[in-house]
Design a protein around this ligand. Structure first.
Ligand code: ATP
Ligand code: MG
Length: 280
């Protein structure tokens, strides 16, 4: 694996009496799939919300190393809208899409966070704007092909099955051409076959597009299949870090999940509403 892409240093965040994240440190390296696991309420989505700048940490910082020319960027000092420009995209635990727009339109919105043309240029549809539109369309078509969405390209999102909507959300994140993709429970609500497909997409994204992935996931089959390294959390704290196998065998992890069982491979959570979920 490559150099460090993102480092979380001693991150903590408190909501009233709840210390949702407590002195958490980790590094995501260039090219890897790094996965956060942990029981419900462990603080996983909160870590994502800190990276996305939806939450401000109580202490600690996140440093982004994805700007090789510009040097490290302290992410926790950036405005939320800068995050996508820096090359960080995410999907949500509960799907967040424009339900009454087509798949293609949802993907074009994804690309437009990169639009470099100004307001007047867009108003008068100048050649620069036209070029930017064409690039957006090309990128969207490329991602549609990659994720096998051709069949649904012009369909309204609201009418699509849940499993397809999950892939559309992934596609929209890819259209921003990220260096780091944050996936919050990519398999939640999917059946076994759809989860297996999701594992292939994640591997393609890592291996063919060279995008690093930071994932939160409960399905240990998916976690074991795609993760280079896994970090287990419980009640806001780091319990263990290592390969999926090492972490599943860690006594503190086993205890945090169930108390007694000798592995955590069969854990699969049913989807539920989450207080940490915030719309984009
Ligand atoms: N905006 C908020 N206000 C108050 N408490 C919050 C907020 N966001 C998160 N929390 C609390 O922080 C803790 C961690 O929540 P978080 O959603 O990060 O857990 P999680 O590991 O993602 O769990 P799950 O597996 O259920 O998605 C929980 O106790 C949660 O209730
Ligand atoms: Mg969560």
């Amino acid at each position: 694996m490559g150099d460090v892409l993102l480092s979380a240093q001693d991150l903590s965040v408190r909501f009233g009496g709840v210390l949702a994240v407590n002195k958490v440190s980790f590094e995501v390296r260039q090219g890897e799939v790094f996965t956060l696991i942990g029981p419900n309420g462990a603080g996983k989505t909160t870590v994502f919300n800190l990276i996305s700048r939806l939450y401000q940490p109580t202490s600690g910082q996140i440093v982004w190393h994805g700007e090789p020319q510009g040097g490290p960027v302290v992410l926790t000092q950036q405005a939320p809208h800068r995050i996508a420009n820096l090359g960080i995209a995410r999907t949500f635990q509960n799907i967040e899409l424009f339900e009454h727009a087509s798949v293609l339109h949802n993907l074009l919105v994804g690309y437009h966070c990169h639009a470099t043309t100004g307001f007047w240029s867009r108003l008068f549809f100048t050649p620069a704007t036209r070029r930017s539109e064409l690039t957006a369309r090309r990128k969207a078509e490329e991602v549609i092909e990659l994720l096998d969405l051709q069949h649904h390209r012009d369909a309204m999102v609201a009418g699509l099955p849940y499993g397809v909507r999950k892939v559309v959300e992934l596609a929209r994140a890819l259209c921003t051409e990220p260096k780091l993709l944050l996936l919050d429970e990519p398999s939640s609500g999917l059946n076994v076959e759809e989860t297996a497909d999701m594992a292939f997409w994640i591997q393609d994204i890592q291996q063919e597009l060279g995008i690093s992935v930071l994932m939160v996931e409960h399905d240990m089959t998916l976690v074991s299949k795609v993760s280079d390294r896994v970090l287990a959390m419980n009640q806001g704290e780091v319990l263990a870090m290592g390969t999926a196998r090492e972490v599943q065998q860690d006594a503190r992890v086993i205890e945090a999940y169930l108390g007694t069982v000798d592995d955590v491979s069969s854990l699969r959570r049913t989807p539920q509403a989450n207080p940490a979920e915030v719309a984009p």
